[in-house]
Design a protein around this ligand. Structure first.
Ligand SMILES: Cc1cc2nc3c(=O)[nH]c(=O)nc-3n(C[C@H](O)[C@H](O)[C@H](O)COP(=O)(O)OP(=O)(O)OC[C@H]3O[C@@H](n4cnc5c(N)ncnc54)[C@H](O)[C@@H]3O)c2cc1C
Length: 466
């Protein structure tokens, strides 16, 4: 439905008349809601938010922004911690209303709209016992996660999300629509597999799906150890993980046990080292595969059980609702050295707030067998993507969580592999982006020159045209 033309100011009346979805400008009811993103630390004032209803709306937005010399930002799930879905004075191409999926159990593929969250895609595929390698939570947007890499429970077994991105429809900077696949615009597909939102607005994603668990039921959940056991747990985990079958993955973190059910009252608020496991292989082999995990140490709480993949994926969503203050910093790690563990013990013992946390996600197995230059995502050395997240509901604590994350990150730098996962970065300038793409950076800048020579799409982890 078109927005009433008088609801918006010139020149956006012209845009509103051209779109099926509404255009929201400053002063309109709903403007503050429309400009808010997941991270409440982000407080930007775009010129207008265009809630696109279809691909034609996206094309109209791109043409309108060019004609009026406006910059654009693109919003998928709005989860990016750097707030790259919105920018001051920009036209926000808001895709969050486009959330349908089409699954094909026969060809083992799923097509997803650009405003889908992973809960939408998991819902569509797990019903058929399949899943696309995605992340560790369901509430993140498909678009941003898939374009930046996509590290999750299935990465060890089936690769990153980008390794399973088969095709994308893309509105380019000149307003034309192309399909990038392994047979058309192959250079664009290569760049979209990790290069983020630099190359155009993706209006449709097609992914490969994989059979998981027993008809989508996996065996997983968290195991919590006392924070005092963190050094021993981290050493055991780093030695064990590479030897485990790829059907089993687990990320490790330092955190505070949440203050509510299902956690026992006596453990709530206690600092812990946790590993969240996910086994996606045949259930008759599960006991053998999980035996080393189940027999290690003296956990405070072990919650490994059969559950639908959708349940594991959404297990942490309620703990991390939209509207919290977030500041995070990231590294890649080839190893978890004893010296790095000393740093984790120090800063993990100083978690500044109950939600602040450190996580390390494995990037090994199938993800590390893909050659580093086969997709834009360059870090394929094995090891972990680490993220230190300072989180709190209270804006008064924003400075405290930020300082802790920066100090922790700095202290880990000598033990890191260089670069970081672009989806775990704040707005940190070009140097870290270049470092993260390693040998692929120059090729990305060349593809950028071909598809977006004016750097029209620059509200992202930006790669200026070569
Ligand atoms: C709680 C939480 C958990 C997370 N867990 C994981 C995880 O397990 N694994 C993982 O890999 N990552 C994870 N992330 C990081 C996540 O991948 C990024 O935050 C990602 O940017 C989110 O995508 P989005 O669509 O929600 O983002 P948005 O904020 O909407 O957009 C992010 C960027 O993508 C661009 N973009 C969005 N849509 C499009 C489109 N259709 N076409 C072109 N460009 C587009 C935007 O311009 C922007 O630059 C997590 C983030 C959070 C906050």
């Amino acid at each position: 439905m078109s927005a009433p033309a008088e609801a918006v100011t010139a020149p956006f009346r012209e845009l509103a008349a051209a779109l099926r979805g509404p255009v929201i400008t400053a002063g309109d009811p709903g403007y503050d809601e429309a400009r808010a993103v997941y991270n409440a630390m982000i407080d930007r004032h775009p010129a207008a938010v265009a809630r696109c209803a279809d691909t034609a709306d996206v094309v109209a937005c791109v043409r309108f922004a060019r004609a009026h010399g406006l910059s654009v930002s693109v919003r998928g799930g709005g989860h990016n911690a750097a707030g790259l879905a919105v920018a001051d004075d920009a036209l926000v191409i808001d895709l969050s209303g486009l959330r349908s999926t089409t699954v094909s159990p026969r060809s083992r593929t799923v097509r997803a709209d650009p405003g889908c969250t992973w809960s939408d895609v998991d819902h569509a595929t797990v019903a058929f016992g399949m899943a696309v390698p995605c992340g560790f939570v369901a509430s993140t947007g498909v678009a941003g996660l898939a374009l930046g890499g996509g590290i999750g429970y299935l990465s060890r077994r089936f690769g990153l999300t980008v390794d399973n991105l088969l095709a994308a429809d893309v509105v380019l900077a000149d307003g034309t629509l192309v399909t990038a696949s392994e047979t058309e615009h192959e250079d664009l597909l290569w760049a979209l597999r990790g290069g983020g939102g630099n190359f155009g607005v993706v209006t449709s994603f097609t992914f490969r799906c994989h059979d998981i668990g027993e008809h989508g039921t996996v065996i997983g959940g968290p195991v919590f150890y006392d924070i005092a056991d963190a050094p021993a747990v981290m050493r055991w985990y780093r030695d064990l993980l590479p030897s485990l079958p790829e059907e089993l993955s687990g990320w490790i973190g330092l955190l505070t046990i949440p203050p509510g059910p299902p956690f026992p009252e006596e453990l709530q608020g206690r600092r812990a080292c946790a590993i969240v496991w996910c086994y996606t292989g045949p259930h008759e082999a599960a006991d053998g595969v999980l035996e080393p995990v189940r027999s290690f140490g003296s956990p405070l709480l072990a919650g490994i059980a059969p559950m639908p993949f959708t349940a594991l994926q959404s297990a942490f969503d309620a703990l991390l609702p939209a509207g919290l203050q977030w500041y995070w910093k990231a590294h890649f790690f080839r190893e978890i050295s004893d010296a790095a563990i000393d740093v984790h013990v120090k800063y993990g013992g100083q978690l500044p707030t109950a939600l602040s946390t450190m996580h390390m996600y494995p990037v090994d197995g199938a993800a590390s067998r893909v050659p580093a230059d086969a997709t834009a995502f360059a870090y394929r050395d094995g090891g972990w993507a680490g993220v230190i997240a300072g989180i709190d509901p209270d804006p008064a604590n924003a400075g405290r969580v930020t300082a802790w994350a920066k100090d922790y990150w700095q202290a880990l730098a000598p033990h890191a592999a260089g670069g970081a996962y672009v989806n775990f970065m704040m707005d940190e300038g070009n140097d870290p982006v270049r470092a993260s793409y390693r040998g692929n950076y120059d090729r990305l800048a060349t593809v950028k020159r071909r598809y977006d020579p004016d750097n029209f799409f620059r509200v992202n982890q930006n790669i200026p045209p070569a």
